[in-house]
Design a protein around this ligand. Structure first.
Ligand SMILES: [Zn+2]
Length: 269
């Protein structure tokens, strides 16, 4: 059930206030998609702070939306960002999608990014949310630079949801707009790590790929923390992990030089 359907039970004035707060256009009342597993918290497929407009045309399949910039910047060449973490694969379809990336987020969820001018990641790379995966272009069957974006669950296109809010499906551009908070990050809280050869992983799981290794004590900025796999090391046991801004990954809080299992002053991811 979409956020809009749940919100629609609220008084209209509350709904309007919530819509204004999100800065997004609420979806018109339409058939809710079939019940699906919880999706990742998808973010806009373009950089932090940029404002784009989007639309849907009759030839679109799989509930796609096309995005172009509406903030004065050039659409062509703008980075295309992963809207959630996952495994990215490269594809090419001369008469259709052109250069495109598919990200498998697990749990049956995939996102698609069509018409790229270029790829920015290797085929099969694990990418973090907000990581650049390509540059916006017009390859394949496309009349101009744009990002054609899809969210699929078990191979079926879903109505697109960004930050938990269902987008509308206008028939042309400049009716609906989306400002990205993808990759905005923030400054984080400063800490120092200890230990040597400490792995930073793509998620708060011991099975997640290693994205960086800290050679020795390192000054880091912690963006947020969350509970994940329980780690036992150096005489401690802890299931809290910190997300490091500059390494774009998670490290067990055991390796953050602070006596508390859960760090003070750091929000939960
Ligand atoms: Zn399209």
């Amino acid at each position: 059930m979409s956020l809009f359907r749940r919100l629609s039970a609220l008084p209209a004035v509350v709904l309007l206030a919530l819509t204004a707060l999100t800065g997004l256009t609420a979806a018109p009342a339409q058939a809710a998609p079939a019940a699906v597993a919880a999706a990742p918290n998808f973010k806009a497929p373009f950089p932090c702070g940029q404002r784009w407009t989007y639309g849907h045309h009759s030839a679109e399949v799989r509930r796609a939306l096309d995005f172009v910039r509406a903030d004065g910047g050039a659409t062509a060449g703008t980075p295309v960002l992963a809207s959630a973490a996952g495994t990215a694969t490269r594809h090419y379809q001369a008469s259709g999608a052109g250069n495109y990336i598919v990200i498998d987020h697990g749990g049956g969820w995939r996102t698609y990014y069509f018409h790229l001018a270029a790829y920015s990641v290797a085929n099969g790379a694990y990418v973090g949310q907000g990581q650049q995966i390509g540059t916006t272009g017009s390859t394949g069957n496309s009349s101009g630079a744009h990002i054609h974006y899809e969210q699929l669950y078990n191979g079926t296109g879903q109505n697109i949801v960004i930050n938990g809010v269902a987008l509308s499906y206008p028939g042309s551009y400049h009716q609906a707009y989306l400002t990205s908070d993808n990759g905005c990050g923030g400054t984080g809280v400063p800490f120092t790590t200890w230990g040597s050869g400490v792995n930073v992983r793509a998620d708060a799981r011991l099975s997640a790929p290693v994205v960086a290794t800290l050679g020795g004590p390192t000054a880091v900025r912690v963006l947020c923390q969350k509970q994940g796999d329980t780690v036992t090391a150096e005489g401690y046991t802890n299931n809290w992990w910190s997300k490091l801004r500059d390494q774009n990954g998670f490290v067990s809080n055991i390796y953050i030089d602070h006596p508390s299992a859960q760090l003070p002053g750091v929000p939960v991811c």
